[in-house]
Design a protein around this ligand. Sequence first.
Ligand code: F6R
Length: 615
Amino acid sequence: MCGIVGAIARDDVVPILLEGLRRLEYRGYDSAGIALADGGLRRLRTTGRVSELSKLVGEQQFQGMVGIAHTRWATHGAPSERNAHPHFSAGVGNVAVVHNGIIENHEKLRQRLQSAGFEFLSDTDTEVIAHLITLKLQQTSDLFEAVRLSIDDLQGAYAIAVIEEAQPERIIVARNGAPLMLGLGEHCNYAASDASALLQVTKRMIYLEDGDVAELRRDGYRIVNCLAGVTSKEVVRAVYESELTDTDVELGPYSHFMQKEIFEQPGVVANTLEIVLNAHSISPQLFGSDAEHIFKQIDSVLILACGTSYHAGLVARYWLESMAGLACNVEIASEYRYRDPVANPKTLVVAVSQSGETADTLAALAYAKSLGHQHTLAICNVPESALIRSTDLRFLTRAGPEIGVASTKAFTTQLAALMLLSVTLAKLRGKLSSEREREVIAELRHLPVALKHTLQVEDQVMVWAERFAHKNHALFLGRGMHYPIAMEGALKLKEISYIHAEAYAAGELKHGPLALVDEDMPVVAIAPNNALLEKLKSNLQEVRARGGELYVFVDSDSTIQQSEGMHVIILPEHTRLLSPILHTIPLQLLAYHVALKKNTDVDKPRNLAKSVTVE
Ligand code: F6R
């Protein structure tokens, strides 16, 4: 999604703005731009990469001490230079605006502003903000005040940064429903939509809240909260020392962030499980001080999430049902928010999200609350996210920043967290003996090592990747709690290699998709040695009998042999309950290596954004 960087200093801020944009590239974008306020309002925009923008900056000796910059992921209006941010509005003060999010009432505002004589030069919803501020500057000469008055008229989600030629000693920013933070320095201050953009210059950050409008000067800042319907007042927000280091968001020896993040999994899963690894029992406190009290009142679980996080929820359903005996529904957030579900106040609503900023997940959670759900838990990877602030209980996965658009380590850490939740609820409901609890803890303790061993299948997966690179379609099969893993494998393959991939519960094959199977359709199957293995073997025979080529990931004791049309990779470790976590690894590696063979942009697949902050 779009990215914002702003900087005001005593010397040239352009290198900082460009480096900030470079660090936001992972979020996905299709154009980039930069504007400066001092020495006349100026801008450069391109539909190329940030490196292209840097080239333009160099050629035109573009320098200044107050500026804003943006990477745009098109929503309203095609990806083109005229639609790229910053957007200008000429008038009393000449303002420039960058914006993340969507202004829902932009059409109405556009008509109003056109009637007032403003000429629109782009198709974006953002340009209405620029003209609106100019309109307000006719009432007040103060830019801060003009922004504050403008946001009263805006509906939708936004994070904006504004500069004005007439007042080049400040940047005004505002947030409502889209992430935005301030970075504090010595005689210089910054704003960005993501901390990773600012780590190059500061670790001292302030996370703005909805309704906040802030003014940044070289030697100070102020924040006023202007939530609709409430009188504006100056507020003090906590200053955080970011724990992220520059290397957390750097590639290091790896070729891609996705590769780095796949190989980080043993470490980050260990970090996520740290509190448990040295314990003899799992405490509800892991989820918050009130967790035991809340968990004792619930009789079912509702998981809300999107994409890969939704797949984690689907796996958790099997765990929650079988271990804790709890009814569990898992809902795609964008669907749930527009249904008329019947709320049960005794349900624990669990929102799962890597970023904690996914618009659909946040809206689904708010909707669940509005329906009368009282108990909410967030499982999230970003401590400062909106999601973490929206629930009674929370569990932070400790995957570290995930830069690759295709989620990998966030998924396995979410699964680790959901296993802890299942164990906790099972225990509180008297469904888990102390002995069984100790066994599960022992399995969890071994998990990081098991992940490390599983990564060793990479060489064998690379051989398969060679064959997949020439295919246009693939089927993924799994049963039971490995069916969502098949879904995740198919999602990974399609998003980064652009090969069309579908996942099916293997038992469903003969109910339709078997018609697709021929020698050109590789069929990937996840075949752990569990109670469903014999059933799965029959499904695999159905594929072989139709000439389908099988690629099967098995446990050492799955007793599936390599044969004509049946390719087999044996996973070196076999963990029973946690098997979905291990079986995810080769599927991530397969997608990664197929994408490499196809020479696609692994970390920034076309059309996709890292954090989907719009509906
Ligand atoms: C796929 C992927 C997406 C995200 C989805 C939800 O690789 O990354 O499907 O899982 O957009 O994002 P979060 O977890 O941030 O809510």
